[in-house]
Design a protein around this ligand. Sequence first.
Ligand SMILES: NC(=O)c1ccc[n+]([C@@H]2O[C@H](COP(=O)([O-])OP(=O)(O)OC[C@H]3O[C@@H](n4cnc5c(N)ncnc54)[C@H](OP(=O)(O)O)[C@@H]3O)[C@@H](O)[C@H]2O)c1
Length: 243
Amino acid sequence: MNVLVTGSSRGLGRSIIVEYAKNGYDVVINYNNSKEEALELKKYVESNYKIKALVIKCDISKESEIDSMIEEIYKEFGHLDVLINNASIALDQDFTLKTKEDFMKTIEVNLVGTYLLSKKIGLKMLERKTGNIINISSNNGLDTPYPESIDYDASKAGVISLTHNLANYFAPYIRVNTICPGWINTDMNKDLEKDFIDKETSKILLNRFAEPEEIANLAYFLGTDKASYINDSIIRIDGGVKR
Ligand SMILES: NC(=O)c1ccc[n+]([C@@H]2O[C@H](COP(=O)([O-])OP(=O)(O)OC[C@H]3O[C@@H](n4cnc5c(N)ncnc54)[C@H](OP(=O)(O)O)[C@@H]3O)[C@@H](O)[C@H]2O)c1
């Protein structure tokens, strides 16, 4: 069994790779800028678990790079069992200062990248009549808007919409589900002010941000047969938000 996790050089993607590798899956580690981290992760999982790890550079906002990555994966592994669309950017910016370029960049990575990967790999999975697609959206895509991340929130709501169309098109062979995490302790939040973190933490029933491993556990579960009847689902995992 094998899995491709986009944006797995760091953060949540890295934790998802470790979880699948721990369970015997061969893994494809995808990076855009963080080559050293990706190579370190390959070394880590191959030396700790008896699996094979491919490392592939691909900017998922570039269709030609997606095509090359898919070609390399299918040449090396012959097929893919699980695709996890995790790579994403957040260009948080004062609402009045955000430009069309910022907005389009976010949409191209988070939404169009997810669409192209799901379409291209989903069609290959369909040839084998088996496969599994898991998208990482956000609770921002559901109901926790921040004007500073209006582009990010729209991209994540778009991923939820993609999920329904993909699940319908690929039924009954490929399960397609989406995870909507709340705050996670990763680099994505490394520049947040302490006051803001405290304010956000106070809204969470569990009173803390998630560790990436806590989200990775769900991303692993959904990829296995234990989740065989979970399809076209949008699953919130945010510690509970006070209402
Ligand atoms: N952190 C949170 O609080 C939070 C909350 C809700 C949802 N999420 C979602 O969880 C997922 C993981 O987030 P994270 O917190 O782990 O983010 P992160 O720490 O910022 O890591 C982002 C990852 O995405 C990769 N990436 C970015 N642009 C890419 C591109 N164009 N092509 C390929 N890879 C690209 C990065 O690779 P390089 O470094 O190699 O460029 C990196 O591995 C994302 O979908 C995010 O929206 C996060």
